[in-house]
Design a protein around this ligand. Structure first.
Ligand SMILES: [Zn+2]
Length: 106
């Protein structure tokens, strides 16, 4: 069987290989600042995680991010990641509600 060219990355939380688009890239730049890379183009060392808080919790518990970045990851980073993930999830939910509303009125 020929493998299709879907870029797979490993989630730091659940350790599963997933389609890159289902994951979020976390980057650490030269100044040591962590951020979420929603474009996939930010410079720096990166780690991938699923777009859900469960995996973030797992990554925190297993210290997966520390291992990926080979440095300690402060709690604030997890905090802001959790917040950004929440915002993404809420936005997704909002879009789903919008879509279902449209369906109702069409
Ligand atoms: Zn995961």
């Amino acid at each position: 069987m020929k493998t299709r060219k879907i870029p797979l990355r490993k989630c730091t939380g659940c350790q599963e290989m997933k389609d890159k688009r289902e994951l979020i890239r976390i980057v650490r730049n030269d100044e040591g600042v962590f951020s979420l890379d929603t474009t996939g183009k930010k410079p720096g060392r990166g780690a991938y995680i699923c777009k859900n808080e469960e995996c973030l919790k797992k990554a925190k518990k297993s210290r997966g991010l520390e291992r990926s970045f080979k440095t300690s990851v402060p709690d604030e980073v997890y905090e802001s990641l959790a917040q950004e993930l929440k915002a993404i999830e809420e936005e997704k939910l909002r879009q789903e509600i919008e879509a279902s509303k449209k369906g109702l009125w069409e």
